[in-house]
Design a protein around this ligand. Structure first.
Ligand code: DGJ
Length: 745
């Protein structure tokens, strides 16, 4: 349920004369056709407006007028006087004919079309890209057709309105209509370009930066004159910058003020530029960072989608709109809002040191703790080149015969026959780790197909973690992966019900500028085939942790291993940061052993568990034999608590009450869809000896309603305006508190 009190559902798309208005519950997005030039001009994106909009006056004094870089444009070109970051660049006429090699385009408005609903049609419409979807009651799409008569090109700008989530989804398509056999190259094509008016108080830009094991740190900076951009050139969305940017006013907080969020539905290299031009207008341009994509006559290319949301309820409101949209209209898995089994993953407990006997013992110990799913991580495969370390075996998806002499069948049968303690009939489930996009040079696959990896002629092939990247742009590579994983999942009659899909390095030696995009299209095809063929498998995405935590991945995989840093304090930062864009339902969080393997820090078991419970997928990542007796005794209770919390985290909305970068007492509230139930998490990072306690002010409640909490019944206004207090002793304290709306007497 979105933030605002119920508002009348507006007409999603209105067209009057040459003006287009897209309406959500609380926002409007308007633009018009500039009749003399046929150019599309932006009028407004923000809080709802109605009625006609006056045309911006030209500057009256001091300045040249009528310049294309002094107006707000929907699909800005380059080479004709708009000197800001363009939305696209097309190199024309590579047949040597008219216009040979130039990069000027002049698109003018032609017509429009309105379509109810939005199908999940990437693989039928030919875009090959993931995207949002919804029925006619959820979404309406406006397609604006533009033409460049000289270049014989068409541009289609697509705007899908999701009124309930205050979201407008944008993408662009270029079609080469040349009748003369003329190829063109789409050098770049952004998903969204949007010009904001000059704001005297300025704007600020919020993004997420990081690296391996320290993902999703929030950065907020002023938008200055010039270009500030983030992006990835790694071939995947990467740990370095998430494909997301928000613009906010300097006065905007978590709770109040304007926030515009832009989230790119793409998993490859990208660029998001925010340019404050000489006259103070601010342009946002988001899309893949380069395409170099050649179109023959009749061919087309689509940009990925960019989701734009507006909230007047601060950064928190923006996040909740994105969460709701992604849970309901992006993730296609049947597990998107389904409760997730508590799991134990073997990685940090065993690393590569696994075999059948060890895995069965691990599963028995896990079952005794009430764990429901055992996930066997890296180290189980490779025959001629066994995967006993990261030096060999990737690509050879057959069980290591020394470790699993009879294959995986007996192992899976033994594990799935185990009864989970604390339940009368629940049986243990089995999941498995794969990294199918990669190959170790020490593998049979590489011996047989050295040409299948990304490479640039006879240049040396750059290895990272001793591995090379298969070229998923090649159909034969896609087929190999589809067959290998299908064979694996058919083991033991479909008893493998969970797959962790890893990806542990960036792309290098891409043979041409378009190869990165071709890789993405091939990868999405593989994901689409496998997730459609095995819809009962719960798929988890991973890329050395959160290196590919993006909306493109969420289309196929409903959860992502958010970071290889399992330290609970670090995790609070990573999970709060990731929640800027991604629903907590899509995060994986595990209790690992102490001292933590990444930071060396020791935190209490309950603190680790409470942090992990804020994720949709909760689990353990340790060897139960290493637990103390007291810890072992505590785990079933913590699992029961996680299972009680899980439905609220999965389907409800999240309020970040105190941010870890600002508070010693980070806190988050999750409220169920109906707002009847909630769960509050409060943490203390360090002791503040002899100091007053801070108050945690709740949000999202009804001021007049009464709520049961901490053994009392309190008014919503009290809980939100005065708040609650909790005391802790020492470092790393934590509380999980349930809240329930009290029935009016
Ligand atoms: C990187 C992942 O993020 C880890 O969780 C683990 O699966 C390793 N790869 C295995 O090699």
């Amino acid at each position: 349920m979105p933030d605002q009190a119920p508002l009348p559902t507006p007409v999603p798309i209105q067209v009057t004369d040459s003006s287009f208005t897209l309406n959500t519950r609380a926002s409007s997005y308007t633009f018009h056709v500039d009749i003399p030039t046929g150019d599309l001009r932006t009028d407004h994106f923000g809080a709802a407006v109605h009625g006609p909009i006056p045309v911006d006056p030209e500057p009256l004094v001091d300045g040249w007028t009528g310049m294309p870089d002094r107006v707000r444009r929907e699909f800005p070109d380059q080479g004709r006087g708009d000197f800001r970051v363009p939305a696209f660049r097309i190199t024309q006429g590579q047949d040597g004919g008219q216009g040979h090699g130039h990069t000027t385009s002049a698109f003018k408005y032609k017509s429009y079309e309105i379509v109810g609903g939005k199908e999940l049609d990437a693989f039928t419409s030919g875009s090959g890209l993931p995207g949002t979807f919804g029925s006619a009651s959820d979404a309406t799409t406006l397609i604006v057709y533009l033409e460049d008569k000289i270049g014989q090109l068409e541009a289609q700008l697509r705007y899908t309105v999701f009124p309930a989530y205050d979201a407008i989804v944008r993408s662009a398509r270029i079609v080469n209509w040349s009748p003369h056999g003329k190829n063109v190259t789409v050098d770049s094509l952004s998903s969204l370009a949007l010009d904001f008016p000059y704001e005297e108080s300025g704007l600020e830009m919020v993004s997420l930066r990081g690296d391996w094991a320290r993902e999703a740190r929030r950065v907020r900076r002023g938008v200055e004159y010039g270009i500030q951009s983030i992006g990835s050139t790694t071939g995947f969305s990467s740990h370095l910058h998430n494909p997301f940017v928000a613009l906010v006013r300097p006065s905007t907080t978590e709770v109040h003020g304007d926030a515009w969020g832009f989230s790119l539905v793409y998993s490859g290299s990208f660029s998001i530029a925010v340019e404050k031009a000489s006259q103070g207008l601010v342009r946002v341009v988001a899309g893949p960072n380069a395409l170099g994509w050649t179109l023959r006559p009749g061919e087309s290319i689509d940009s990925p989608e960019c989701v734009a949301v507006y909230s007047s309820n601060g950064v928190g409101g923006m996040s909740r709109s994105l969460h709701g949209l992604y849970r309901r209209h992006l993730m296609k898995s049947r597990f998107a809002t389904a409760e997730r089994p508590v799991l134990l993953n073997s990685w940090e407990g065993m690393y590569f040191n696994i075999d059948e006997a060890r895995m069965v013992r691990l599963a028995e110990e896990a079952a005794a703790l009430d764990v429901k799913l055992l996930v066997m991580d890296d180290g189980w495969f490779g025959d001629k080149y066994p995967r006993t370390s990261d030096a060999a075996g990737l690509g050879d998806w057959v069980p290591n015969p020394a470790r699993f002499p009879e294959g995986l069948g007996p192992l899976v049968d033994k594990i799935t026959a185990l009864k989970v303690a604390g339940s009368s009939d629940t049986k243990m489930r089995f999941g498995i780790w794969v990294e199918p996009e990669m190959v170790n040079p020490q593998s049979t696959l590489y011996e047989e197909h050295p040409d299948w990896v990304l490479h640039a002629g006879s240049y040396p092939r750059t290895e990272q973690r001793n591995q090379l990247v298969l070229n998923l742009g090649l159909t034969k590579v896609q087929e190999f992966i589809i067959n290998a994983i299908s064979t694996l999942l058919s083991t033991s009659n479909g008893s493998i019900t969970y797959v962790k899909w890893d990806h542990n390095r960036g792309l290098a030696e891409t043979p041409s500028p378009s190869a990165n995009h071709a890789y993405m299209l091939g990868m999405y095809r593989v994901f689409d085939v496998l997730t459609s063929r095995f819809p009962n498998v719960l798929w988890e995405g991973c890329a050395s942790g959160g290196g590919r935590y993006d909306p493109g991945i969420l289309q196929f995989f409903p959860q992502v291993w958010a970071s290889d840093d399992s330290d609970a304090v670090e995790r609070i930062h990573i999970q709060f940061g990731s929640s800027l864009v991604y629903p907590p339902s899509s995060m994986g969080g595990h209790i690992s052993s102490v001292p933590n393997h990444q930071t060396g820090r020791s935190t209490p078991l309950t603190f680790r568990a409470h942090v992990a419970m804020m994720c949709g997928s909760f689990g353990l990542e340790l060897n139960p034999s290493d637990l103390t007796a007291a810890e072992r005794e505590a785990i079933p209770g913590l699992i029961a608590l996680a299972e009680k919390v899980n439905p609220i985290v999965l389907k409800g909305d999240m309020w970040r009450l105190n941010l870890p970068e600002e508070s010693n007492w980070p806190a988050a509230l999750f409220l169920s869809e109906t707002r009847e139930k909630g769960v509050l998490f409060v943490f203390q990072l360090e002791p503040w000896v002899n100091h007053a306690l801070a108050r945690v002010r709740l949000q999202g409640l009804e001021g007049d309603a009464m709520y049961r909490v901490d053994g009392g019944v309190y008014g919503g206004s009290m809980l939100m305006n005065l708040g609650l207090q909790y005391s802790f002793r020492g470092h790393y304290g934590s509380r999980v508190v349930f809240i329930e709306r009290a029935i009016a007497q």
